[in-house]
Design a protein around this ligand. Structure first.
Ligand SMILES: Cc1cc2nc3c(=O)[nH]c(=O)nc-3n(C[C@H](O)[C@H](O)[C@H](O)COP(=O)(O)OP(=O)(O)OC[C@H]3O[C@@H](n4cnc5c(N)ncnc54)[C@H](O)[C@@H]3O)c2cc1C
Length: 399
């Protein structure tokens, strides 16, 4: 029986351990005193296990290196994952945007299933053990070294240490330096699925206002990027699911320059319809409050110094300005918040150096990768977890 070491007990590492333990002796090494610390945070603590979309549509939600993921996602798809959970007795539900959650809304249920299954498969878990180096001889991995200097040897090593965001969960990006030292190319790390910092000062006055199903757009290299979802104004800019999704498409550009964006707060209503609504009755505020939060309208009227103006006094040019603020608010994105606050890390081990059919390194024999440590990332909605499970499964099943 071959011996397999897996470094990192997040979703990728757990699935790799379950898949590898069918034919191998497996040691799962985790620096925390528990498995799946970040997994427990997903879906607002309810565990957004995966997304129920058809696999073809699923690929459209992958932002970075979707082609690299074909083998992994077709070998162990979202359906395979849900079948696995069903076979273990987990009840789940599908919510808005095809997001899948535990029926009980409890992430702990998923963790308990994994713990039981790992135990059943005789996977040894070394908790509170941080890996600080790899043992590599003649371009072949032979094992790992703990931060206490202990060497552990194996026939195969799978790296599932995650990205660099939310470092208190254990994924602090320290493995990237180790891999770089051993010759692997690490693509620049960017925060993804992250709130955006806005330049315009008036944004602070809108702090705390939540908007439903807005459309955020920009032009990048003559191509329109557009994402829809809920958002919230914050003291530094904008956040919320729609903003997080959108952020993954501009994070790399923000390194070099600001990005001009437009927000449509009433995408279902045309400019002409909006003009009729604004001019419906005597008060602009009353006319709009059925469609937009009252404090939002008040603030926009304030900015345009229209708060005292009655509909009968509203000049056409001011009406157009008001429509502009509602249908096409122009904002300048200066930055994202720091990578520590990103849901996901974009960048990581270059896919050019990983065999996509096996997840094995092309640089170091018997070394494999899975999950967020690889340069892959997707939108919010369960896609990132599925990518971790699928790549973990594929890496684990290789003899
Ligand atoms: C707040 C939040 C909400 C999220 N919500 C969603 C969501 O709703 N849907 C979704 O699909 N995704 C979501 N994600 C993203 C998702 O959680 C990650 O993409 C996923 O956990 C990545 O899995 P992984 O196994 O690759 O890495 P991780 O889950 O980061 O696991 C890596 C593990 O490796 C361990 N480790 C790291 N370095 C070492 C070392 N040197 N030695 C030993 N152990 C080490 C870490 O302690 C950690 O346990 C969310 C993330 C966050 C932070």
């Amino acid at each position: 029986m071959a011996k397999v070491i897996i470094v990192g007990a997040g979703p990728a590492g757990i699935m790799a351990a379950l898949s590898a333990s069918k034919n191998n002796e497996v040691i799962l090494i985790e620096r925390n005193n528990e498995i799946g610390k970040k997994l427990k945070l997903t879906g607002g603590g309810r565990c957004n296990i995966t997304n129920n979309r058809d696999i073809e549509e699923f690929f459209e939600k992958i932002v970075t290196n979707k082609k690299f993921l074909y083998s992994a996602l077709y070998t162990f798809s979202n359906i395979s994952l849900l079948d696995y959970f069903s076979s273990k007795g987990l009840e789940y539900k599908v919510e808005y945007d095809q997001k899948v959650f535990t029926k009980s809304d409890k992430a702990d249920e998923v963790i308990e299933i994994f713990k039981r299954d790992l135990m059943k498969n005789d996977v040894k878990i070394y908790y509170n053990t941080k890996i600080n180096d790899l043992i590599v001889e003649e371009n072949t991995v032979k094992g790992v070294v703990t931060d206490e200097g202990k060497e552990i040897f194996a026939d195969k090593v799978i790296i599932t240490t995650g990205g660099k965001s939310y470092p208190t969960t254990g994924s602090d990006g320290s493995m990237f330096d180790i891999l770089k030292r051993h010759g692997h190319m690490i693509n620049t790390l960017y925060p993804a699925l992250i709130p955006l910092v806005i330049k315009e000062g008036f944004i602070k006055n809108l702090q705390g206002i939540a908007m439903k199903e807005v459309i955020i757009s920009t032009m990048i290299k003559k191509k329109k990027i557009e994402r829809q979802g809920d958002m919230i104004f914050t003291h530094f800019g904008i956040s919320g699911p729609g903003v997080l999704k959108f952020s993954s498409y501009i994070n790399k550009i923000l390194k070099d320059r600001e990005v001009e964006i437009k927000i449509d707060f009433l995408p279902e209503i045309s400019r002409d319809e909006l003009s009729n609504i604004i001019r419906g009755n005597k008060s602009i505020l009353n006319n709009l409050k059925q469609y937009l939060p009252q404090n939002f309208i008040k603030e926009i009227l304030n900015i345009l110094t229209l708060n005292e103006v009655r509909v009968s006094e509203l000049r056409k040019e001011d009406e157009l300005k008001l429509i502009q603020y509602i249908k096409e608010m122009n904002l300048t994105v200066e930055d994202t918040i720091t990578i520590k606050g990103a849901m996901v890390t974009s960048g990581g081990v270059s896919v050019k150096e990983i065999n996509s059919s096996t997840m094995e390194s092309k640089i170091i024999k018997n070394l494999f990768f899975a999950g967020e440590v690889i340069d892959i990332d997707a939108e919010t909605g369960g896609y990132n977890l599925q990518m971790a499970f699928s790549t973990g499964y594929l890496a684990g099943m290789q003899e």
